[in-house]
Write a protein that binds this ligand. Structure first.
Ligand code: SIN
Ligand code: MN
Length: 251
């Protein structure tokens, strides 16, 4: 499935684009069939990495694409890979991948941030992007992703490290930056159906609310980096599950 010129224009203008119905029902069924096993799995046994909510519920599962064939196939899906290579302008490798579980009632907020707001500390340039594969219906009630259209054009803006709001230490845009830059009308709720795929720029300001609904909001997020943008040495490098050192071109 190739993008039209209008799709690329929309991506460049807004910093995001949703390709509806990208995954086929069979592909989705295969993924859905593995999720419970992955949520219940054990890092020490399967080599993935799980982050938990304060409640203990699984919040994220990192590195499924390295350990599980079904997820390895998704990251090489040509309908995802072709536009990513086109936008980044080079061959890419996987920076990291994560299944964001956002469980019914328990999945918590992601405060407004740019992914490059913290990736810059990992010693890379912003030749990177993310792809969010919707595994469940993603609605306002269950905490769909929200994006600020056009915010990728601001470049990287000021962030601070939040260690109290959730179980997960997160770099977030400062309230001062938000108040001076974000207009209500620029907030887009990125809702969709299982199989829809959202592509977004690493400087897009985005976040999501608590899951207030009885329905889970699972997504699989793949972060791609240009093969020419391997991280330089930094103080306190982060672990492989979040800053991958597997510099293999995805094809
Ligand atoms: C993210 O920004 O990486 C996750 C946001 C979400 O899952 O809503
Ligand atoms: Mn993010």
């Amino acid at each position: 499935m190739n993008w039209t010129a209008a799709a690329y224009e929309q991506y460049q203008r807004d910093g995001f684009y949703i390709q509806r119905g990208l995954l086929k029902t069979e592909e989705l069924d295969l993924i859905q069939g593995q999720i419970d096993m992955l949520v219940q799995g054990d890092d020490a046994v399967d080599g993935m990495h799980r982050e938990r909510e304060k409640s203990g519920a699984v919040r994220q599962i990192y590195a499924a694409h390295e350990q599980n064939e079904t997820f390895a196939d998704v990251v090489r899906n040509p309908s995802i890979l072709n536009p990513v290579q086109h936008i980044i302008g080079n061959d890419v490798y996987i920076w990291h991948s994560k299944i964001n579980v956002k469980d019914a009632f328990e999945g918590t907020v992601w405060l407004w941030h740019q992914d490059y707001g913290y990736w810059m500390y990992d010693g890379v340039q912003p030749q990177m992007m993310s792809v969010m594969v919707f595994l469940d219906q993603s609605t306002i009630n269950n905490g769909c992703l929200m994006g600020i259209a056009g915010s990728h054009k601001w470049g990287r803006i000021e962030h601070y490290s939040d260690e109290v709001t959730t179980s997960y230490k997160q770099w977030c845009v400062t309230p001062g930056e938000l108040k001076s830059r974000v207009r209500e009308e620029d907030i887009t709720h990125l809702t969709g159906n299982p199989g829809d795929v959202l592509f977004f720029d690493c400087n897009l300001v985005h976040g999501s609310s608590h899951n207030m609904s009885p329905l889970p909001r699972k997504t699989f997020i793949i972060c791609y980096n240009s093969i020419a943008n391997k991280p330089i040495a930094v103080e306190n490098p982060r672990p492989d599950w979040v800053v991958s050192r597997h510099f293999e071109v995805v094809s």
